[in-house]
Design a binder for this molecule. Structure first.
Ligand SMILES: Cc1ncc(COP(=O)(O)O)c(C=O)c1O
Length: 430
């Protein structure tokens, strides 16, 4: 990116030249709000609402017949939404399905691929992971009679923000069965080198799985080319599919003959599913890792959302995301680094090593400053101990929104407006 000018007009010019600017009109952006939390919960789009309305109409008109006669027969909805997702992550259609929530998908995939009785008992994770990943993996270890205290290898961060891929590789000993890591760390926004980690894991007969929650829809992936074994993700972040929307999973086709750990009738081979046989015959593709009936109403918004993302193209989305985050980082550096602001950027500066959000750190008062910003209708989130996460989600965030955020942040600190807010709060922090 060229030298950044800190004036508002510069941001407006970037918006005028933005090839994705029109996509903002497809989203329902609340009035007077600058929404910078799309890495937590993305905004609804007109297309998502349209698909949800259509499915509700199908329910009204077709009742149970919707399972076969809906525009996309509901019985295949998980698979068809998987087909639409596949190009975003460089996978074949058969390798992707939407189902369950991310935590359950970790349970079923770790449960499937973790076989300590074959020999290797250890699983590698890192200390900056989103907690649910550890909860699920430890639970799966315990279910197999393995002590997580001894067998979960937690790679430490050198700086409290990032994970060095070499430290992961160093822990890949003979006793390791699986390495399971996030694509993008949820706090600092570091993007890990999935290809390198997978390659190094495979050299040692270790399986490589990833949690793509913070990258899908904003960073392109080539899971097949990189030979990743399995992956999971949330659809409510950059895929804008609504609170608690159905999640997704990827299983490399070389593993299609594996038996799903959490078998359920929705993963049964479809043509005989309704024969009601008491023996489970898994589908011969990723659909086998579905468990129970797909929640159609929590899946429909994803259809509309994927329509937009595919139209915009994930490569173009990534390009804009990098420009937005680079612009944001430059403004922090130029305007907010020194007294009395004292902010610093905790996200890797090299665009290749970061996802779609930026962590702005401040040793003191980050919590109350974030409250003050929300009070001014700038929706960001706070992550303890000192991080304000800012996500300029590329399809509905303008450069001028970033500029206004920085301008307001400056004012909140200058005027000490944050002092009006409680230090600690009982409120749930989202
Ligand atoms: C990296 C990561 N994994 C998993 C989850 C939670 O997934 P779910 O609640 O859908 O199980 C989150 C939620 O924010 C997350 O950030």
């Amino acid at each position: 990116m060229e030298e950044v000018n800190t004036g508002r007009r510069y941001a407006e010019k970037l918006d005028e030249k933005d090839p994705l600017a029109e996509f903002r009109n497809r989203y329902i952006v609340p009035d007077d709000v600058v929404y910078l939390d799309g890495n937590s919960l993305g905004l609804i789009s007109v297309d998502a609402e349209e698909c949800l309305d259509r499915v509700v109409d199908e329910w009204k008109e077709l009742g149970i017949k919707g399972w076969k006669d809906a525009e996309i027969p509901w019985i295949w909805y998980g698979e068809r939404l998987g087909d639409m997702t596949a190009p975003l992550i460089g996978a074949e259609e058969d390798e992707v399905v939407v189902s369950n929530c991310t935590t359950v998908n970790i349970h079923t995939l770790i449960g499937t691929f973790y076989d300590p009785f074959k020999g290797s008992k250890k699983i590698i994770v890192d200390e900056l992971d989103f907690p649910t990943d550890h909860y699920a993996i430890k639970a799966q270890m315990k279910l197999k009679g393995i002590d997580p205290e001894e067998n979960l290898i937690v790679v430490e961060s050198r700086d409290g923000r990032t994970i060095d891929e070499e430290d992961v590789v160093d822990r890949m000993g003979e006793d390791v069965a699986i390495v399971f890591l996030p694509s993008v760390l949820y706090r600092s926004g570091q993007l890990l080198d999935i290809e390198y980690i997978t390659e190094e894991a495979h050299k040692r007969d270790i399986l490589a799985g990833f949690d793509l929650a913070h990258s899908i829809g904003v960073c392109p992936h080539k899971l097949d080319e990189w030979e990743v074994d399995f992956a999971v993700w949330c659809n409510y972040k950059y895929l804008n599919s609504g609170p608690g929307a159905i999640a997704g999973l990827y299983v490399n086709e070389k593993h299609f003959d594996s038996m799903p750990a959490l078998a359920g009738w929705w993963g049964h081979e479809k043509s005989t599913q309704f024969d009601m046989n008491l023996d489970f015959t898994p589908a011969e593709h990723s659909g086998a890792w579905q468990i129970g009936t797909i929640p159609i109403l929590s899946s429909a918004p994803l259809e509309g959302s994927l329509r937009i993302i595919r139209e915009a193209g994930v490569d173009r989305i990534r390009k804009k995301s990098v420009r937005l985050t680079s612009y944001l980082i430059s403004l922090v550096d130029k305007l907010l680094k020194d007294e009395p602001y004292n902010f610093r950027v905790g996200t890797p500066r090299d665009a290749e090593n970061r996802g779609g959000h930026v962590a702005i750190e401040r040793d003191k008062e980050a919590y109350r400053i974030n409250r003050a910003m929300i009070n001014r209708s700038f929706i960001t989130d706070f992550r303890p101990p000192n991080i304000i996460r800012v996500c300029p989600s590329p399809l509905y965030t303008r450069y001028v929104d970033v500029w206004r955020f920085i301008d307001n942040l400056k004012e909140v600190v200058q005027t000490e407006e944050y002092e009006k807010f409680e230090q600690e709060s009982e409120e749930i922090v989202y």
